[in-house]
Write a protein that binds this ligand. Sequence first.
Ligand code: MRU
Length: 347
Amino acid sequence: MPVETIAWKNSRIRYIDQTLLPGRVKFVDCASVPKLWRAIKRLEIRGAPAIGIAGALGAALAANNSKAKDSRALIRDLRRDIKYLASSRPTAVNLFWALAKMECAAEENVYKPVAAIKKLLLNEALKILADDKRSCRTMARYGAGLVAGGDTILTHCNAGGLATADYGTALGVLFESKRLGKRIKVYADETRPLLQGARLTAWELLHEGIDTTLICDNMAASLMAKGKVDKIFVGADRIAANGDAANKIGTYSLAVLAKHHGVPFYVVAPVSTFDLNLKTGRDIPIEERDANEVRTVMGKMVAPKNVKVYNPAFDVTPNELITAIVTEKGIFRAPYARSLKRLVKRL
Ligand code: MRU
């Protein structure tokens, strides 16, 4: 991947501001929880696994910044900041998964001195980051087994290194395929309204030397009708127990198109993206974002300022449209309600 997405450096969170890419590569050192909250909200840090890692490092930062003199007061401060960070974005379950892990780690060690709890929270966050790196590589290996030399692959949004700590999920599969010497071509959806595909995915794929063609989101149907797409690989922000998968708005329409044209549709996601407490995708909270994201393109108003807007950031792809879900614990296929029970056993 071209850059390190997020890291812990000198008691601060260092991240690349993704809103400025690809024009500007700017690293930000974040020393406060409100600043981190804003970075997640504004999509300076984005992508489900990266948001989870940011949450974990944010909890470590919160503990580090706390002036509490005893462990109970420290945990009170931590809970307050965890609750605040959890309000930044609602859909990617990785955020809540990571924050819960951090809270649990603190509570289990409440009998330890403040300094020891601070240290172990940082270690827990760094472990979440390191585990994500490993998961990316494993998913990439499993997923590359689904790719044949000569395939043309379509992807949506950005499920690459910028959305994770390392290689990405869906894009990791493509990077690994390339590394294995498979000749692939990739179509990247631009991904309106915030253009993660045009700005981030195209940048990452070109950096890896992958033959990449950018399309507007409304061009995918015509490509598929011409038989120009062999497979679709996307990431996910939350997957329910029946395999329904929430991902960037526009993913569902790709899955419907894929079914119509007989194109295999793969979701690639680590286990931190599964919310097996939710029976179906209907229960997944979908973030609605500011209307001006649709009225503008890269900050420039392109619609009447007072036009009404509908701006859900994600949609849910029903499990029956998903050919397989690739995780670091293996590849799962329909019927997902049954196959994902195997995933629970492997956790
Ligand atoms: O709004 P974003 O940019 O955070 O949405 C990101 C996506 O929808 C990604 O496809 C998803 O998080 C998978 S990331 C590996």
